[in-house]
Design a protein around this ligand. Structure first.
Ligand code: NAP
Length: 363
């Protein structure tokens, strides 16, 4: 199969660099365009990134000499590009929304990591194991906004939500709806981008505030778990959430401490483990190249999951769960871990793009 030419918007940042790592030998996609701010535009990728390359392995040679394009220089987009991954924010949310839609208007699918369009009503917020049916709203988006049939915007949710929402979804699917969730997150420095990884003060502290994160964590599941009805996504507010999010001195990997109450029957712990270990969804059935097998991994050892041992399970795409137990105040509690720049950002977006290709949205 001829590879699909893709571009990366925000290619010089932490998530952008992760796209380069993950797509360097991807079976379906080939990067032909790298774009960033006007500060980087006109330089080669290696010059633009300079000392800011933060991946664990060296910059792939094939990208070093590619000239970086300004993300707003639409005239310079290489002709062959068929899809964009976006890992950038402009000066504000509205500017970011407009910029993502400007790409769609020109006929490009955009899979975005930014939060700007997550609550735009005709933009689906996708976790490929949960709500692929929401992709149908793209036809409404195209119609209402007069986009060509090839152009649209799809977004990924917040990076920490992926650590536990697939597990909760699996329980709901098995007939055990969840009523209340209390979640405390321990989020890695790479989640705060280049500054998070390079400013030394972050390495010696636990910061009890990640601005805006608790609101996103409490709100985004309702849209992801929502119902698509009459060309609208109706958020599902049946599950109430309370979140406390912290930044911890860990490089990669968001850990979530989750406590929950079921709405009806409470399954026993063995039943929960069985549901999680047998859970599969469309990415696994379709055997998409980035789909983790299995998507949920259960650890029995009391001291797991641990970031440095488990963050790369399933090539960074699996959710690893441990410490499942009954709780004094809630029905159950558990610890869940996922890789924030892989599952929570670039890898999750690549899996979404694979789904879009498989379902015929990328033309
Ligand atoms: P980052 O390391 O700070 O990188 C930001 C990127 O955006 C760089 O390529 C930068 O280009 C570009 N950029 C900055 N200002 C710009 C402007 N005004 N116009 C055009 N380009 C501009 O950030 P990151 O962590 O990669 O995050 C990127 C996006 O992904 C953000 O929306 C973030 O919320 C989201 N996200 C991040 C994570 C994570 O774990 N890090 C997870 C999920 C979602 P220059 O190098 O030229 O300045």
């Amino acid at each position: 199969m001829k590879k699909i030419a893709v571009g990366i918007l925000g290619a010089t940042g932490v998530v952008g660099q992760k796209y380069l790592r993950l797509l360097a030998d991807h079976p379906w996609f080939e990067i032909v365009d790298l774009a960033a701010s006007s500060r980087s535009a006109g330089k080669t990728y290696a010059e633009a990134v300079g000392e800011r390359w933060l991946m664990e392995s060296p910059m792939p040679d094939e990208f070093r000499d590619i000239p970086v394009r300004d993300v707003t220089d639409y005239a310079a987009i290489p002709e062959e590009v068929k899809l964009f991954f976006s890992a950038t924010e402009l000066q504000d949310k509205q500017a970011t929304r407009d910029f993502e839609f400007a790409y769609a208007e020109q006929g490009y699918p955009v899979v975005s990591n930014s939060s700007a369009n997550r609550w735009t009503s005709d933009v689906p917020m996708i976790i490929p194991e949960i709500n692929t049916d929401h992709l149908e709203i793209l036809r409404t988006q195209q119609k209402h906004r007069n986009f060509p049939r090839s152009g649209f915007v799809v977004v990924k949710p917040n990076c920490s939500v992926q650590s536990y929402l697939v597990a909760i979804h699996a329980l709901r699917e098995a007939g055990y709806p969840v009523e209340e969730v209390l979640v405390n997150t321990l989020q890695a420095l790479s989640g705060a981008g280049y500054r998070g990884l390079t400013e030394p003060e972050h390495r010696i502290t636990v910061n009890p505030l990640i601005p805006g994160e608790e609101e996103k964590t409490e709100k985004e599941p309702s849209k992801i778990l929502g119902l698509l009805e009459d060309n609208k996504i109706i958020p599902d507010y049946s599950m109430d959430m309370s979140a406390l999010c912290t930044r911890v001195p860990v490089i990669d990997g968001h850990t979530a401490l989750v406590y929950l109450n079921f709405a009806e029957e409470v399954p026993d712990l063995d039943t929960i483990k069985k549901i999680w270990s047998e859970f599969e969804a469309e990415p696994q059935t379709l055997k998409l190249p980035s789909a983790p097998e299995p998507p949920i991994l259960i650890m029995e050892a009391d001291d797991r999951p641990q970031v440095h041992l488990d963050v790369s399970n399933g090539a960074g795409m699996a959710v690893t769960i441990g410490r499942l137990a009954e709780d004094k105040f809630f029905d159950i509690r558990f610890v869940a871990l996922s890789h924030n720049t892989v599952r929570g950002a670039a890898g999750g977006a690549i899996l979404t793009a694979e789904l879009l290709v498989e379902k015929g949205y990328v033309i």
